[in-house]
Every structure is written in structure tokens, then in C-alpha cells.
Ligand binder design. Structure first.
Ligand SMILES: [Zn+2]
Length: 119
């Protein structure tokens, strides 16, 4: 059975391999989709321009945050829904006052308080 990709006409599409996010017009056509997609599984929207893995449409209603970084410094962060707070764990600043083991312990605590990785 042959399957065709979803129309990649809108939205943002995340690579299942490298995690990069692409607008629809940057996605490549999927090569050999029949061999790469499981029957009944999610249908990819295109192929990653960077690594050629499959990309899937990101649910536009799922809360998402984008962090703008320039020169190693966070410039700003924006979310697609209201009510999301962003905190930055800045290791460079922590190194001035804490040891590596203390920073690692702090990070373990952050991971427990924020158990859902974004990327
Ligand atoms: Zn990729």
C-alpha cells in the first residue's frame, strides 16, 4: 500500500532525528515513504533538509517555547500560549560561585522539578 505525506502547507515541522524545527516550505519530499512509515502510524509531513529523517507536524495547540540566543546569551523567549514561564540555568554564571559537583547537584534538582524535556 502506498501512502502519501500529509500536506505540508502550514505550521512547524519537527525532525524525528535531529529535533530541528522547519517551516513547511523548507521540507524535502519524502523518499521511499512506504519503507519508512509503519502502517497505522503517524504520517510524516516531509523530510528534514538537514539530515533527511522524517519530520512531523507539531500540534499548534501544544504549548511551546522558543528561546532566542545570540552570542551565547539568551535574548528573549516567546511562547505560543499565555501562562508559560521560562527559567534559564546559566552554568557560566554558576561557575563563579559553585564547584562542578554543586552545579551538577543543582541540575539534578532542576530535572526533578521540570521532568519534561522540551528538546
Ligand atoms: Zn533532521
Amino acid at each position: 500500500m502506498s501512502r502519501t505525506p500529509k500536506q505540508a502547507t502550514d505550521g512547524r515541522h519537527e525532525c524525528d532525528n535531529c529535533g530541528l524545527v522547519w517551516p513547511a516550505d523548507k521540507l524535502k519530499d519524502i523518499v521511499d515513504i512506504e519503507q519508512r512509515v509503519d502502517e497505522g502510524g503517524p504520517v510524516p509531513s516531509g523530510q528534514c533538509p538537514d539530515c533527511d529523517a522524517l519530520c512531523y507536524l507539531i500540534d499548534p495547540k501544544a504549548p511551546r517555547v522558543v528561546v532566542y540566543v545570540s552570542g551565547g546569551n539568551v535574548q528573549c523567549a516567546r511562547a505560543n500560549v499565555e501562562g508559560i514561564a521560562v527559567e534559564v540555568f546559566d552554568v557560566d554564571n554558576l561557575e563563579e560561585t559553585k564547584t562542578g559537583d554543586e552545579i551538577e547537584a543543582d541540575w539534578k534538582q532542576v530535572e526533578q522539578e521540570y521532568p519534561h524535556p522540551i528538546f
